[in-house]
Write a protein that binds this ligand. Structure first.
Ligand code: AMP
Length: 208
């Protein structure tokens, strides 16, 4: 059975962390459009970085092209988990033209907690593992990745201004997407431990 899943939630909700855990469990790829954009090279790089550093969305036409190329790769034959896509109703409609989604998992979080979590968020420069120096998972040694000893760095768009902008866009543009997926939607409280959320996701998807 294929599993084509979408994870939706505000910045800091832990959707990336949960998407990675579930992708590993199901042996399907975790596709984060934010990661695809950060990894982009070539002539578009500067333009993409400008949108991202200000916390704005990159244009739909560009992101759908990047996403389509990614989900056409053979590793998606058994499904995939989309993290960070769709970000607005136009993207959701474009996605419908490419593929059929099985379930949508929404992870909820208050603004207050989102801001707190994002100010502590760091990523490994080398293997991209996520940590949080204020909440969890904390790295064993400050600034160093537990898995590969790489340096932990802050994202350029985790500044106070960009975070505020991203949360605003989430409410105005991304939340309306949930209505489109009304009958596929599973909503989970993001203010629980990583383990508890991961277990709840498996239960709600009937995965053992
Ligand atoms: P994320 O890693 O999901 O927080 O995304 C980081 C940034 O990448 C966002 O603030 C946007 O600038 C851009 N981005 C990621 N996914 C999308 C998308 N589906 N549509 C437009 N912009 C996106």
């Amino acid at each position: 059975m294929t599993q084509k899943l979408i994870f939706i939630g505000p910045q800091g909700s832990g959707k990336g962390t949960q998407a990675k855990i579930l992708a590993e469990k199901l042996s399907i790829p975790h596709i984060s459009t934010g990661d695809l954009l950060r990894e982009a090279k070539g002539e578009l790089k500067e333009e993409l970085d400008n949108y991202m550093n200000e916390g704005k969305l990159v244009p739909d036409k560009l992101i759908i092209k990047i996403l389509k190329q990614r989900i056409e790769k053979p590793d998606t034959d058994n499904g995939f988990i989309l993290d960070g896509f769709p970000r607005n109703t136009a993207q959701a409609k474009l996605l419908e033209e490419i593929t059929k989604i099985d379930n949508v998992i929404e992870i909820t979080l208050s603004d207050e907690e989102a801001i707190k979590r994002l100010s502590g968020r760091v990523n490994c420069e080398n293997c991209n593992a996520n940590y949080n120096e204020l909440t969890a998972p904390k790295p064993k040694q400050k600034g160093i990745c537990d898995k590969c000893n790489g340096d932990l760095i802050k994202r350029n768009d985790d500044t106070k201004e960009a975070v505020k902008k991203r949360l605003e866009i989430y409410k105005q543009e991304t939340q309306p997407v949930l209505e489109i997926y009304d009958n596929l939607l599973i909503t989970i409280n993001g203010e629980q431990t990583i383990q508890k959320i991961a277990t709840e996701i498996l239960e709600r998807l009937n995965i053992r």
